[in-house]
Design a protein around this ligand. Structure first.
Ligand code: GUN
Length: 292
């Protein structure tokens, strides 16, 4: 079994990005600048945003963190998005999700200038991704493609099962795995209403689990020799940890590792790659790679 090491791969890519930034700055160019907007104090979001800011430092980017309390109005948040859209010093920005219930996430996402939407959540970027045009691609699926590429996992013509149909992971992942220029695979998407879920999973050469249910994928659902990608990062209570919790993937790692040809661990698999791909999108924003 090959352990697909997302942490080491992400570290290598961040070094590559930092080298490119040094080149840009050496030639008199500007450091890429990412802004992140964080609303409230959700523990998961705080950790993600902190890690995004640290990744910016590692890549030689400028970063700005803008914080609001939970009771920020949608109007105030939309005004912040408008300011960031207009700020030439900021190449790209994200609004960390989820947002409080009184704010429409969709309205906020659609207010972001798609040319600065380094999360790749704006409908323009989602649409361009779906038809194979240059654009910002959502970081988690992009990170998974990059892991498959760097670990030389053959995807063309293979059966790929995507478990989950979220806008952030499942849908873009399925779309990318299907497209000739990315995965070129035969893709099945499974979700909470799917029939014969176990049998469908067992047909997969590449199984990508993104449903947010700890340990959902058991050994009986994995074909011997399959490549298993675990996107789950659910916090489960664990009194033995200082933090009081541990991260649990969607895959029963201990049981599946002896069956799979390759597998991503949690933590240290897809998670670090996601942040790293946000950095790659920010580098592209700084270089005006997709949009001028
Ligand atoms: N919440 C969970 N994942 C993400 C992400 O990739 N981007 C943003 N903005 N919020 C998230």
């Amino acid at each position: 079994m090959v352990l697909i090491d997302g942490k080491a791969t992400a570290a290598a890519i961040k070094q590559e990005i930092a080298a490119r930034v040094a080149e840009i700055v050496g030639a008199g160019g500007k450091r890429p600048h990412l802004a992140a907007v964080l609303v409230g104090h959700d523990g998961g979001s705080e950790t993600y945003v902190k890690n995004k800011v640290l990744a910016c430092e590692a890549c030689g980017f400028e970063s700005t963190l803008i914080r609001y309390e939970d009771d920020v109005t949608e109007e105030e948040l939309l005004a912040c998005v408008a300011r960031l859209n207009a700020d030439d010093a900021v190449d790209g920005f994200i609004v960390q999700l989820p947002l409080p219930r009184h704010i429409s996430e969709q309205r906020v996402i659609e207010a972001i200038d798609y040319r600065k939407d380094v999360d790749g959540f704006h409908p323009v970027n989602v649409g361009r991704m779906a038809i194979g045009l240059p654009c910002y691609i959502s970081a988690t699926p992009l990170g998974i493609l990059e892991l498959l590429r760097r670990y030389k996992v053959e995807t063309s013509g293979k059966r790929c099962v995507v478990l989950g149909r979220s806008n952030i992971v499942g849908k873009p992942m399925a779309s990318l795995m299907m497209q000739k220029q990315y995965g070129d695979a035969t893709v099945t998407v499974l979700h909470s209403r799917s029939r014969d879920l176990k049998e469908e999973c067992r047909r997969a050469d590449i199984l990508i689990a993104a449903i947010g249910r700890p340990g959902f994928v058991t050994a009986a659902m994995v074909k011997p020799g399959a490549v298993v990608i675990d996107v789950g990062t659910t916090r489960v209570p664990d009194a033995t940890r200082k933090s009081g919790y541990r991260l649990s993937g969607d895959v029963d790692f201990d049981a599946v590792k002896d069956i799979a040809a390759a597998i991503t661990p949690v933590p240290g698999g897809v998670g670090p790659m996601t942040i790293c791909m946000l950095m790659l999108n920010t580098l592209a924003a700084g270089e005006k790679k997709f949009y001028s």
